[in-house]
Design a protein around this ligand. Sequence first.
Ligand code: KIV
Ligand code: ZN
Length: 563
Amino acid sequence: MKNGFEKYIPFKPEVLPDREWPTKVITKAPTWCSVDLRDGNQALIDPMTIEEKLGYFKLLTEVGIKEIEVGFPSASDTEFRFLRALIEGNHIPDDVTIQVLVQARPELIKTTFQSIEGAKNVILHFYNSTSTLQRKVVFNTDVEGVKKIATDAADLIRALSEPYIQAGMNLTYEYSPESYSGTEMDAAVEICQAVLETLRATPEKPVILNLPNTVECCMPNQHADQIEYFIKHLPSRDCAIISIHPHNDRGTGVAAAELGILAGAERVEGTLFGNGERTGNVDVMVIAMNMWSQGIDPHLDFSNMRDIRERYESFTKLPVHPRHPYAGDLVFTAFSGSHQDAINKGFHYMEQTNSDYWEVPYLPIDPGDVGREYEPVIRINSQSGKGGSAFIMEYSFGYKLPKEMHPEFGMVIQHETDRVGKELHSSRIFELFKEEYVNIDFPYRMLSHQFIETENPDGSSHVKFIGTLQHKETVFDVEGEGNGPIDAFFTAIRGQRMDRFEFINYSSHAISDGSDARGVAYIQLRDQQGRDFFGVGESHNINLAPLRGIISAINRAVKAGSK
Ligand code: KIV
Ligand code: ZN
């Protein structure tokens, strides 16, 4: 790419020295309008069938979208029939308004009116292109020419509306100066003002003025300037609802929409997951979830994101990228060790403080909000660190490994990821934990045991341990007393080769899966070379679990060559 960039004309930004949007913040959701069934559908390799469109319409209503552009009924028989099926099949909830798109052309406008017969709430959306480029290249006309196309259409629409309004239809008008962002701002204002006047818009019966970024051609801040400029210069501002319709050609559709809202837009048109012409329409789900993550109710429901995504994928035959914000398979997953560690700490912090707020590093929202599980938040490959495997043991299997044990268990898992060279599923991590710490009964094992507990006159307890142990082929009996089972066991093995380990630490907790409740004990021992080894014991008997943990730690130490 050495040559060629010179042929592009840089965008000429509107001069707006007194812009106010940069210091504003978003505090409430705009009116959402879905254009999935029109802009989205017209961009599909195989446009949706009537059945698929009906299914998609239902999905949009379940998400909570109240204004839905259902098609371009004058464009094809399928589009027309879909609209009839929607209306005649009573598929439109009373609180949902359907929107139909039509070019500012008389014969198409007439067909469009026929298509909406019998509907309760309708937005009739008409458009013509007003941009400098299209006037020059496509229409060979000037601003007056495109203004006349718009106002002629507005005139006809007003006349044709009468019987529908008389019959009780709640009819709203929407006008789009298509390619608004490529139109001189003053020209766009002039055309839209003329449309408002022709339609006799009032503050009580406003007209939606939709300002499309038809081909995203500038930076989001420049888009915001264009919206603010328009709003400030439109004489009949109070007779209009300002709507934006960002596309995503530069990959900044969401940013453009958010800054557009700051600049005063009251309504946003877009699609789920950003399907739409070329690089797509703006992704309504992402804007809504961004609001959610800032403590603002978007009034849309994505609590079952996986179901929404799957239905979207089956209707459009388009996959949602695994890293798609809020919806992709991998977006709540941390492979990297330091991220896992911080997430782990975040989860503990939330538990300990009972915080009302979501304060977990690396997770901008609670995955549970969109119906995701915590388990896949941390996944283990060769990039993962010590905390990740411990997190999985805790959140997937209920084992709260002591912090000091994390590096050791992390090493066990790291060896395996290095060996296999790919991700380890959580079930494999559990298997490795069991193999390494629990199912280890060589060279030492306990064949039988007995505890005799007595209570001293001062209330303290006294435990006697009597057991039969095995070291390789040799079986031997031991016996010892102490103020608890661990103490008694260490007394019992005094004089055996096992007694060369110093007891460092112990922790335990109850664990249950289904009906089976048992205790898990984690034991830390130190050998004579100063090396620490952990062992894990499980038992329904709380006295026995730590002894199994001690034997596990000794066996692991012997296996590691401890003298
Ligand atoms: O992108 C666009 O300009 C459109 C109009 C028809 C609103 O989709
Ligand atoms: Zn569009």
